[in-house]
Design a binder for this molecule. Structure first.
Ligand code: NI
Length: 197
């Protein structure tokens, strides 16, 4: 391989990585640089009602993708969201909707989601759908997920997935994101700051 080819490949690689990082983080935590996260979806909530991104607009939304059979990361993330919500004044709390979108629609049926989200917060919405609908929603949020390969079991399996809580404004525009390791107090502070109430 000639030197210029090596340089070309190397430079292209760096540019691809830089774009990926920028798109994923939307210009960094708290950044409002790129509105690459979010987009249209059609899903079904825990009461069986069809929900699109449009009817969820009008509220600040905390969106998290996961699955109910997740042993620890998802319950942690949803508990942090719930605890952070409870630390907020009622007005602010009522302007935010926590939304849990399953990446495991085979097991996470409407009925199953209903009893699951009830464990966390009264304002929490659970969303499921077909494989195609879920894939579309996940793509809009740049969320990765896949069935864990180290099991042949069709009912008892784990899912690998991104674990990021997205804060979207009432127009459906990305504002910031959190990881499931954040303390509820910190998330509550960030919500107050971002929403500015
Ligand atoms: Ni999980």
């Amino acid at each position: 391989m000639r030197p210029y080819q090596t340089i070309l490949i190397f430079t292209t690689g760096i540019i691809v990585i830089a774009i990926a990082v920028f798109v994923f983080y939307g210009g960094g935590p708290g950044g409002r640089g790129v509105a690459a996260i979010g987009g249209p979806f059609t899903l079904t909530d825990q009461t069986g009602r069809t929900r699109t991104e449009k009817d969820l607009n009008g509220s600040y939304n905390l969106i998290y993708f996961g699955y109910t059979f997740c042993p620890d990361v998802c319950p942690t993330a949803l508990q942090v969201i719930s605890n952070a919500m409870d630390l907020l004044e009622k007005d602010l709390q009522n302007s935010i909707t926590p939304i849990f979108i399953t990446v495991d629609p085979t097991r996470d049926t409407v009925e199953h989601l209903k009893s699951y989200v009830e464990n966390f917060h009264p304002r929490m919405i659970g969303l499921t759908g077909t494989e195609v609908e879920i894939a579309k929603a996940a793509r809009a949020y740049r969320v990765f997920y896949s069935k864990s390969e180290n099991t042949d079991d069709t009912t008892d399996y784990l899912m690998d997935h991104s674990s990021i809580v997205f804060l979207m404004n009432p127009e459906g525009v990305y504002m910031t994101h959190f990881t499931h390791t954040i303390k509820p107090e910190r998330m509550a502070e960030a919500l107050k700051r971002e929403i500015g109430k």
